[in-house]
Write a protein that binds this ligand. Structure first.
Ligand SMILES: Cc1cc2nc3c(=O)[nH]c(=O)nc-3n(C[C@H](O)[C@H](O)[C@H](O)COP(=O)(O)O)c2cc1C
Length: 206
């Protein structure tokens, strides 16, 4: 696949065709997962609260699989978002890169992986610093008497126990909306996939 540059200051050029836009969007998501300095590395993940309210927070994008259209981040099984996803798996993930003037909004269904091959691989390849957080006591989100009234594990055995709280959240994207703020005019496109993986692509008024 040919990479498409987002740095063009004029008309979008290559980005005047919808298939090229999708390639560029997938490239941006791929580098968001791989490059810690990419603005796409820390998107906003939104779920539905148990009372139907939208709830959003920043997460670290760990992986993007363009063939399956799957985005992955990691979280603590004890965090509030887990119960929300179990209750209603419809979620949204929003990215913005100010240097590219590019917003990507994804929505789809989230699947929790907490005791399978994927979660084991994700845990095994996590940094020690990341693993430590999963051993925090009491659990994330608990009310505490003082700001530092919690403990993190320090010895290897208790750090390893944190795996019991580790969860990989994988969202399969069903709609992707791309918005590029070009100097010569904004461009907006939407891609929607049906259950068979067939995509419908349209331009939208920005
Ligand atoms: C830069 C940054 C990266 C974060 N990465 C994650 C992450 O990958 N996974 C996660 O669960 N929370 C992450 N957080 C914390 C969440 O934003 C949120 O505070 C936490 O997950 C609790 O959310 P919840 O109570 O809605 O479940 C991150 C926060 C920041 C500021």
């Amino acid at each position: 696949m040919k990479a498409v540059s987002m740095s063009d200051n004029g008309a979008p050029g290559d980005l005047s065709e919808l298939p090229q836009v999708l390639i560029a969007a997938f490239d941006a998501l791929r580098s968001g997962a791989q490059d810690r300095r990419s603005a796409f590395h820390t998107p906003v993940f939104s779920s539905l609260g148990l009372d139907g309210r939208p709830l959003s927070r920043i997460v670290v994008l760990r992986a993007f699989d363009p063939d399956q259209r799957r985005l992955r981040f990691h979280t603590d099984l004890r965090s509030d978002k887990i119960e929300q996803i179990r209750h209603d798996p419809r979620v949204a993930i929003t990215f913005y890169d100010a240097s590219m003037k590019l917003q990507i909004r994804c929505d789809g269904l989230a699947v929790l992986h907490d005791d399978d091959e994927l979660s084991t691989m994700a845990w095994d390849t996590s940094q020690r610093m990341s693993k430590i957080c999963y051993g925090t006591e009491p659990a994330p989100g608990n009310v505490i008497e003082q700001a530092d009234a919690f403990v993190l594990p320090s010895d290897p055995d208790s750090i390893a126990t944190g795996q019991n709280n580790f969860c990989a959240v994988v969202t399969q994207v069903t709609t992707l909306e791309w918005l590029w703020l070009g100097h010569q005019g904004h461009r907006r496109a939407r891609f929607t996939w049906d259950g068979n993986g067939h995509a419908k692509a349209v331009w939208l008024v920005p």
